[in-house]
Structure formats: structure tokens, C-alpha cells
Design a protein around this ligand. Structure first.
Ligand code: AMP
Length: 221
């Protein structure tokens, strides 16, 4: 299965991706995670993208599209299936993705849109904590790790707050989202592959609804 996850920052894409990964055994490819990895390793790309990320702006399309292309043309990844989290983020990236997938004859299965409200995303983002080692995400009150400060997934004790999860940068990221990401929801609606879910709902409930829908579609085809 080949999926993309659309939604505001804090809509719960990462949390849902973790659950989908276990249920469907597909790869989770997050452009945000890939870019943060480049920054952590001080690579040329990492140094180039830091200024955009710190300001809550989008990184140039060529950088992210090249990264994604490299991942999805990989035979092992495409055979296993994947979900793209944080890509595409604007119409130009969506069209580039369509062109790449047409070239390799692997159309998307679904575009999943998590629609959420502003107070919920702000609460989620300001309380979000991320494992520096494996990228698993937590929330200080809604989804704390079993042992305080320690990642449930990999057992390392390095949970941190992302530099761009502060109120000012969140505001900028929301503006960017409304201007550039919302139009691509329409793009996928026209293609007939959009599935909209309530992003304010618990991730486990969203997962159940999605899996049921996938099963029903399979039975009908
Ligand atoms: P995320 O982890 O998805 O919230 O992404 C964090 C930041 O990485 C964003 O605010 C952007 O600066 C950058 N970024 C992630 N994905 C993309 C993308 N598809 N296009 C441009 N910039 C991106």
C-alpha cells in the first residue's frame, strides 16, 4: 500500500504513522525526520535547510523532492509499501510526486487527510516530546512515555522538545499550511483517493476507521 498523510502540524500524522506502520508493515517516510537527521549530522543539506526550518518556512521543493524520489524508487521500499508523512506540502510537490509515480507505474493507494482544529494542534505541539534516537513522539500529558523521560520504543533517555514547536514558529507553520497544503487536499479529492478523518480524535480510533475502510474497498474491488 502507498499512502500519503496530509494534515496540519500537530494533526497527529506522526502518531498515526506509527500505528499504521505496525498494522500494515509499511515504511514510514517523514520529510521532517529526514531533514532533521541531515541537520543533526551537519551535512551540506542540513546546513542549507536549517534557516527555513527554524523560521517555520518550507524548505525549497527540489531538496525535499529529491530526497523523497531517492526513497520511493528504491525497489525494496516500493515493494513493501510506504506512507509519506509531510510530503507533498504544496501543489508543485504533489505534481512532481504524481510524475515520479507515473514514471515507475506505482500510483498512490490513498491520501489520508487528518482534519483538526487549531486549539487541539497547539496543545499537541507545545506538549510534544520526541526521542532523539528513534524519532518516536510523545505528549507530556496525553501520551507520556511509560517511564518519565525514557522512550518506550528504543529505551533511550533523550526525549526533547523540537526547536520549531514554540508558539511563534507554530503560528508561522500554520499560516504556511493553510496557504500551501490545504489546496492539495482538493488535488487528491479530484483523483478520487482522498480519505478524510477527524484528526482531533484518538489515533487508535482513526486507525480502526481507516483499516475498516481499506477492507471494505478491497471487498468491493
Ligand atoms: P514536520 O516535521 O513535517 O513538521 O516538518 C518540519 C519542517 O521541515 C517544516 O516546517 C519545513 O520547514 C520542513 N519540511 C518538512 N517537509 C517539507 C516539505 N515537504 N517541503 C518543504 N519543507 C518541508
Amino acid at each position: 500500500m502507498r499512502l500519503i498523510l496530509l494534515g496540519a502540524p500537530g494533526a497527529g500524522k506522526g502518531t498515526l504513522a506509527g500505528l499504521l506502520k505496525s498494522s500494515l508493515n509499511i515504511e514510514h517516510i517523514s520529510t521532517g525526520d529526514l531533514l532533521r537527521e541531515e541537520m543533526k549530522n551537519n551535512t551540506e543539506i542540513g546546513l542549507e535547510v536549517k534557516k527555513y526550518i527554524d523560521q517555520g518556512a518550507l524548505v525549497p521543493d527540489e531538496v525535499v523532492t529529491r530526497m523523497i524520489e531517492k526513497k520511493i524508487v528504491n525497489q525494496e521500499v516500493s515493494k513493501k509499501g510506504y506512507m509519506l508523512d509531510g510530503f507533498p506540502r504544496n501543489e508543485s510537490q504533489a505534481k512532481d510526486l504524481t510524475a515520479i509515480l507515473e514514471r515507475i507505474k506505482q500510483p498512490l493507494s490513498y491520501a489520508i487527510f487528518l482534519q483538526s482544529t487549531l486549539p487541539v494542534v497547539i496543545r499537541r505541539l507545545t506538549g510534544r516530546r520526541v526521542c532523539r534516537d528513534c524519532g518516536a513522539t510523545y505528549h507530556v500529558s496525553n501520551r507520556p512515555p511509560k517511564v518519565e523521560g525514557t522512550c518506550d520504543e528504543c529505551g533511550k533517555s533523550d526525549l526533547y522538545q523540537r526547536a520549531d514547536d514554540n508558539e511563534e514558529t507554530i503560528k508561522k507553520r500554520m499560516e504556511v499550511y493553510l496557504q500551501t497544503t490545504i489546496p492539495i487536499v482538493e488535488y487528491y479529492k479530484k483523483q478520487g483517493i482522498l480519505r478524510q478523518v477527524d484528526g482531533d480524535d484518538e489515533a487508535e480510533n482513526i486507525l480502526e476507521i481507516l483499516l475498516k475502510g481499506f477492507d471494505e474497498d478491497r471487498e468491493q474491488n
